[in-house]
Design a protein around this ligand. Structure first.
Ligand SMILES: [Fe+2]
Length: 387
C-alpha cells in the first residue's frame, strides 16, 4: 500500500542503532521492492532475521496443466470440492500462467506452522468465513468480502473460524498487487473520484514483540514446491517497523461502483493491478438509464485477455447456469457474452445485485489439471438457442 505507516519503536534516523532498555542491540531488516528502487519498509527485530535453525525437506509441487487441450470456454463449479487440508495444503489450482495463479480453498483445519510465499504476492479473497492473519507487521482480522493482500516474503499465520464454512479465492501474483496508477495523483494519493479511498484500506494492528527461543516451523512456498525449515526464535519478534511495504485488506463491499447512461465495460470495475493482469470487482449497482440502454454486456472479443470470473453472490444477469462459487474461464480467440434470451430479459432492468471478482490476464492461461474435476463440458454449447 502506498501510504506511510509507523509502528512500535524505531531509531530517530533510518539505518542507525536501536537499543533496548536493557542495552541490547536490535537487528534491522530492510524490505524493498524492485531492487531498493520502489516502496520499502525498515523493521527491527530482537533476533537476527537471518537465523535459521534447521533446513528441512523440499517437497516438489509444481502446478500441472490439464492434458485435455481443446481450446474452449470453461465453467468450473468449485463448491463441489469438499473441505480439504489447511489454507495452504487445501489450495485447489484453477488456472495459471507465468504472471498469475488462481486457486480455490475450503480449509478443513488450521495449521500450526508459519508461512511465507517466497516467489509470489498473495491476494486471498474471503468469499465465506472469517479469521485472523498474524504477520511480522502486525495483526489483521478478516471477514467475508475481504481482499487480504500479503506481499511476498511476509511471514504469516492465518487462523480461520472453522465453526462455519470457509471459502477462499486466492490469486498468486508474480509481482506487487497495487492500486492502479490511474487512481493515483502525482503524489501517490488516491484520486478523489476513484472507487475507494485510503480510509477503506485496513492495515496491520500493532502487536507487542514475542521474545521466545525454540524451534519454530516455517513453510516457504516457491514456484516448484515447498521448503520446510525452522527458526530458532519466534518470527514475530518485531519491536518496530515503518514504511510503505506491509500487508493490507480492502473489502469488496467498500468498492463504490461507477455507472453510466449506457453500458460501461469492465475497466469501470478495475480494483487492483498486478504484472500481466487486472483484478476487477463487479458489485451491486444501478443499471444504465438511456432510453435505449442494454443493461448487460454485448458479446465481446477482448482479444488480448483471458478472463476468469469468480461468482460470489447475487444473480449474474449475463450468464445462465452459474452457481455461487462458479468460475468461468473465457480464453482469447473465442468471443463470449450473454447466453440466448438474457439480453432481451435484461431490457428495462433497473439494478443488479451481482457480486463477482474478475481476473483478466494478458497472456494465455493454463487450466490446472485439478480444476477439470468440476468442469462442465457442456458450457461451450450454452450459447446455442436450444441449449
Ligand atoms: Fe467478458
Amino acid at each position: 500500500m502506498a501510504y506511510y505507516l509507523s509502528r512500535g519503536t524505531l531509531p530517530k534516523a533510518q539505518h542507525t542503532q536501536l537499543w533496548s532498555v536493557d542495552k541490547k542491540l536490535r537487528y534491522e531488516q530492510h524490505w524493498s521492492r524492485e531492487g531498493f528502487s520502489d516502496i520499502h519498509s525498515s523493521m527491527y527485530h530482537i533476533y537476527p532475521p537471518t537465523e535459521v535453525k534447521t533446513v528441512g525437506e523440499f517437497v516438489k509441487a509444481p502446478l500441472k496443466a490439464t492434458e485435455e487441450k481443446p481450446h474452449r470456454h470453461h465453467h468450473f463449479t468449485t463448491f463441489k470440492f469438499p473441505p480439504k487440508g489447511n489454507w495452504i495444503s487445501g489450495r485447489q489450482p484453477n488456472s495459471f500462467n507465468n504472471d498469475v495463479a488462481m486457486y480455490t480453498v475450503c480449509p478443513k483445519e488450521n495449521a500450526d506452522f508459519f508461512y511465507r510465499n517466497g516467489q509470489a504476492d498473495e491476494v486471498m479473497f474471503v468469499h465465506r468465513g472469517s479469521g485472523v492473519v498474524e504477520t511480522m507487521f502486525g495483526r489483521l482480522e478478516f471477514h467475508e468480502g475481504d481482499y487480504v493482500t500479503i506481499p511476498r516474503g511476509v511471514m504469516y499465520q492465518a487462523t480461520f473460524d472453522l465453526s462455519e464454512e470457509v471459502r477462499l479465492f486466492v490469486v498468486e501474483s508474480s509481482g506487487p498487487v497495487v492500486v492502479p496508477t490511474r487512481y493515483r495523483n502525482n503524489h501517490g494519493q488516491i484520486e478523489d473520484w476513484a472507487p475507494y479511498s485510503e480510509r477503506d484500506f485496513r492495515v496491520p494492528e500493532w502487536v507487542e514483540p514475542k521474545d521466545e527461543r525454540g524451534e519454530f516451523p516455517v513453510l516457504l512456498k516457491l514456484q516448484a514446491g515447498f521448503q520446510h525449515f525452522a527458526l530458532a526464535h519466534h518470527p514475530f519478534d518485531v519491536v518496530g517497523w515503518d514504511g510503505y511495504f506491509y500487508p493490507w485488506i480492502f473489502n469488496i463491499h467498500d468498492y463504490m461502483p461507477k455507472v453510466g447512461k449506457i453500458h460501461l465495460p469492465p475497466p469501470t470495475h478495475l480494483t487492483f493491478t498486478g504484472p500481466g493482469f487486472v483484478l476487477c470487482s463487479f458489485c451491486p449497482r444501478l443499471f444504465d438509464w438511456h432510453e435505449g440502454a442494454v443493461p448487460i454486456p454485448y458479446a465481446h472479443s477482448n482479444v488480448d485477455s483471458d478472463e476468469v470470473l469468480y461468482y460470489v453472490d447475487g444473480d449474474f444477469m449475463s450468464r445462465r447456469g452459474i452457481e455461487i462459487g462458479s468460475i468461468t474461464l473465457h480464453p482469447q480467440g473465442i468471443p463470449h457474452g450473454p447466453q440466448p434470451g438474457l439480453t432481451e430479459k435484461a431490457l428495462g432492468a433497473k439494478e443488479t445485485n451481482e457480486l463477482a471478482v474478475m481476473v483478466d490476464t494478458f497472456k494465455p492461461l493454463n487450466v490446472a489439471q485439478a480444476a477439470m474435476e468440476t468442469d462442465d463440458p457442456k458450457y461451450p454449447y450454452s450459447w446455442l438457442e436450444d441449449a
